[in-house]
Ligand binder design. Structure first.
Ligand code: BGC
Length: 347
């Protein structure tokens, strides 16, 4: 069967391999791949900067944004052949730490978790793969191939859950949200913010292509320029990983303001920051700045729910390119009109 593999740590080492079928395991779901999304993390792995192969191996099967169809399910597992499923990316650490033991592996304390397609475990970019029923989430048939958006949506489902938990520390009636980044994560964050009835402002770098229109279609406002020019926003969601923006958002936060960081920075650019001033502001204004990484089953279910409530046409526009697996490498090159490219398997 065909699988996209790479040598973590070695740039440009990805290839389409012919691998043996997964072993027979009566405890596991056997799943046929439908689609795999490509995100910034995949590009980092492909550049050699991130990722780990499974123990004792050199190559890693890529793919963590996934959608598949169940071929065979263990009796009593709650799953049946023919249904669409998304596999969770993270697996708990082996200790396990108190978070992993409670099913909150997204909050792992010792860092010994593994991630399918990223770190220490094969991913989902294989024609067929095994999936533990306890790490599978059903995707409603009506969502169809758009179920490939579930995994990136878990990032923002968790972000919103945590923002709301933090907000609950005070009398909190958020009205205005600022989102930096109009990539898939920024757009999905904006979708969930609009579903909460909030006034949404999205900052992006570009003025053409589909992103400004996707923001407008949500009833949100697209901006380029500086976040300093906006009125105060109760919540800021940083979805670019650009380090400078983190400090701009912290400085712009109003009293009781919450800044949530979802992007992972790379690069070595150094910044001069007045930490004394920042410390004073954080204390005197009760500001919270925090990071989130996804996701446990609760967030996967919340993501499925949010996508099921969303306008299908809008979600279709998010999946900007479908690339058949035999031309997989085309999905790894970002085009000017790309939002979310996905690799598809004939099913
Ligand atoms: C994935 C997460 C993962 C994170 C860090 C993201 O792209 O969506 O599941 O935890 O990368 O590896």
């Amino acid at each position: 069967m065909r699988a996209i593999t790479t040598l973590p740590g070695t740039p440009d080492s990805a290839r389409l391999d012919d691998l043996p079928e997964p072993a027979d395991d009566p405890q596991m779901l056997l799943v046929q791949a439908v689609a795999v999304g490509v995100c910034g993390t995949d590009l980092e792995i492909l550049s050699g900067a991130y990722g780990q192969p499974p123990p004792g191996r050199d190559r890693l099967i890529l793919g963590h944004e996934n959608l598949g169809r169940v071929v065979r399910a263990p009796a009593g597992s709650g799953f049946s052949a023919g249904e669409l499923v998304v596999g969770v990316v993270r697996r708990p650490d082996p200790v396990p730490c108190p978070s992993c033991a409670a099913g909150e592996w997204d909050m792992c304390r010792n860092g010994r978790y593994t991630e399918r397609g990223i770190s220490g475990r094969d991913g989902y970019a294989a024609e067929r793969y095994l999936l533990e029923p306890a790490f599978a989430v059903t995707v409603p048939a009506a969502l169809g191939e758009l179920g490939v958006l579930v995994e990136p949506t878990t990032v923002v489902a968790k972000a919103w859950e945590q923002i709301e938990r933090i907000g609950a520390r005070a009398i909190w009636t958020p009205r205005r949200v600022l989102i930096t980044g109009a990539g898939p994560i920024g757009l999905l964050a904006a979708l969930l913010a609009r579903q909460r009835g909030l006034e949404v402002h999205v900052f992006g770098r570009i003025t053409d292509g589909p992103k400004p229109g996707l923001v407008a279609a949500l009833g949100a406002t697209y901006h380029t320029g500086s976040v300093k020019d906006l009125p105060a926003c109760d919540v800021a969601l940083e979805c670019t990983g650009v380090g400078e923006l983190v400090f701009e958002l912290m400085a712009a936060a109003p009293p009781d303001g919450i800044v949530c960081l979802t992007g992972v920075s790379s690069g070595t650019h150094k910044l001069g920051v007045n930490l004394t001033e920042l410390n004073k502001q954080l204390v005197l204004e009760n500001n919270v700045v925090f990071g989130v990484v996804n996701a446990n089953l609760r967030h996967y279910r919340a993501a499925v729910e949010a996508l099921a409530r969303a306008d299908r046409g809008w979600l279709e526009r998010l999946v900007s390119r479908r690339v058949p697996v035999q031309r997989w490498h085309e999905a790894l090159v970002r085009g000017p009109t790309d939002v979310k490219p996905v690799i598809t398997w004939a099913s």
